[in-house]
Design a protein around this ligand. Structure first.
Ligand code: 5AD
Ligand code: SF4
Length: 461
């Protein structure tokens, strides 16, 4: 590394796809000599990789820009400031008007053009690129180096599908990420092989509607997500596969069967339902009923009885009555989640529900959110407690909180703490669950390290 190498700092908000995109932005700039900065204060280029899904998320960008402005004034430094991600896509040139500190705005479909845009910004232009590119973004983005992959750990995301054609009436995604499109199978296989060759053991396939994946296969036909999963499962050294996020309408029979037949596919399903009220589901344009959802998860559980179900819920959608909310509580009870994400409805400009009558009062939303969250927390704790005494496989992915500890993930995505002398990050080990903490499981490697029980108990305090 030389002193003249420019330093890049990317701060990501929002979903896993932004985490993946942040890595691809760093990869796109690596051939230009960019290296990672330890902090924004230290950077020559600061990228805010933003999220537009809810109002609170979108507002964060402006408070962060305020902090950067202050930092620039205090330190006398003048890094290039770029706004990327879904706020960039949604607000475009508005951002330049609202914040003088911004030098460049780039939407998620244009990251392959980042090196050129940065050169323009450095020359004093304030470029805005929110085009939906006709060229294949992924084809043009530089791949990560083995060193970069290794520095990111043993689990990795791979975007396989982007955009959404469903147009749920609350959601900005069809506008910010555009129409649904799937990457070709060969591209995804090559990317995954490269990750695995550099030490990755678990890959999560990402898409806003990942179960609608229909990329071109090597035979020239469209392949389903299930077929893609079987293909990736053949890669030696890859231990685990996951995918997220799914829409109930797109769970194909072959994907359900893969939960039974593909051992590398983890017994975990994130399947948002949003509401348990058919009236609300119709108003949301979800195109399924509560009964459809319950029937679907019964079919997935028939294929894989040992399933951790996760979901998303919105409370306080316009017109939601107490009875509608009770239907949501009731579907959550019946579906029995291992975890779930719960949100208050947030009106998003440009989406059909934003201007509807019947907007629900904030206090009502808060009260409903708390009730639903309490139920989900109980379900999550019950799911974890039921694992005590069971043997599970743990993928070790980071150092533990205390000396001698190592941490990993269960097949159900829970953090696991254990003491496993000699084990290394990247190992997949059998372990017996001995206790549960508020956010993790405590386990002992099968057939060893019995003396660790007291240490684990101590660590749990
Ligand atoms: N308000 C609240 N939650 C939302 N989500 C999407 N749009 C909104 C909104 N306008 C939630 C949904 C979705 C998750 C990614 O975010 O539950 O599944
Ligand atoms: Fe948004 Fe609905 Fe598409 Fe999910 S399926 S990204 S919630 S429009």
């Amino acid at each position: 590394m030389t002193a003249s190498q420019p330093k890049l700092f990317v701060k990501s908000y929002g979903c896993q796809m932004n985490v993946y995109d942040a890595e691809r932005m760093a990869d796109a700039l690596a051939p230009e000599g960019y290296v990672a900065a330890a902090s924004a204060e230290d950077a020559d280029v600061i990228v805010l990789n933003t999220c537009h899904i809810r109002e609170k998320a979108a507002e964060k960008v402006y408070s962060e820009l305020g902090r950067i402005r202050k930092m620039k004034a205090e330190t006398g430094r003048s890094p290039i400031v770029a706004v990327a991600g879904c706020v960039a896509q949604a607000e475009g040139a508005e951002i330049l008007k609202r914040s003088a500190v911004v030098d460049l705005v780039v939407g998620p479909q244009s990251y392959q053009r980042l090196p050129g845009l940065l050169r323009e910004a450095r020359a004093g232009a304030r470029p805005v690129d929110t085009d939906f590119a006709v060229e294949d973004k992924f084809e043009r983005l530089s791949p990560p180096t083995p060193k970069a992959i290794a520095s990111r750990g043993v689990t990795a995301f791979v975007t396989v599908q982007e955009g959404c054609d469903k147009f749920c009436t609350f959601c900005v995604v069809p506008y910010t990420r555009g129409a649904e499109s799937s990457r070709p199978v060969s591209q995804i296989v090559a990317e995954t092989e490269r990750l695995v060759a550099a030490g990755v053991r678990e890959v999560t396939l990402l898409g806003q509607n990942v179960d609608a994946y229909h990329g071109e296969g090597p035979d020239g036909r469209d392949w389903s997500l299930a077929r893609l999963l079987y293909e990736l499962a053949e890669i030696p050294g890859l231990a685990r596969l996951r995918y997220t996020t799914s829409h109930p309408r797109d769970m194909g029979d072959d994907l359900i069967a893969a939960h039974r037949d593909c051992p590398k596919l983890m017994p975990y399903l994130h399947l948002p339902v949003q509401s348990g009220s058919d009236r609300m589901l119709a108003a949301m344009n979800r195109r399924h009923t509560a009964a459809d959802y319950l029937r679907l998860i019964a079919r997935v559980r028939a294929a894989q009885p040992d399933l951790a179900l996760s979901g998303d819920f919105i409370v306080g959608f316009p017109g939601e009555t107490d009875a509608d909310f009770e239907a949501t509580m009731s579907i959550a009870r019946e579906a029995a989640y291992a975890s779930a994400f719960t949100f208050k409805y947030s009106p998003r400009p440009g989406t059909p529900a934003a201007d509807r009558g019947g907007q629900v009062a904030e206090e009502v939303k808060t009260e409903r959110l708390h009730r639903l969250q309490a139920l989900i927390a109980d379900q999550q704790a019950a799911f974890a407690r039921a694992l005590v005494g069971r043997r599970i496989e743990v993928l070790l992915d980071r150092a533990g909180r205390h000396a001698g500890q190592i941490a990993g993930r269960s097949p159900y995505l829970q953090p696991v703490q254990l003491v496993a002398p000699g084990a290394r990050i990247g190992d997949l080990i059998e372990a017996d669950v001995v206790d549960v903490g508020p956010n993790s499981l405590f386990a002992e490697p099968a057939g060893g390290a019995r003396e660790t029980r007291s240490m684990l108990a101590e660590a749990a305090v």
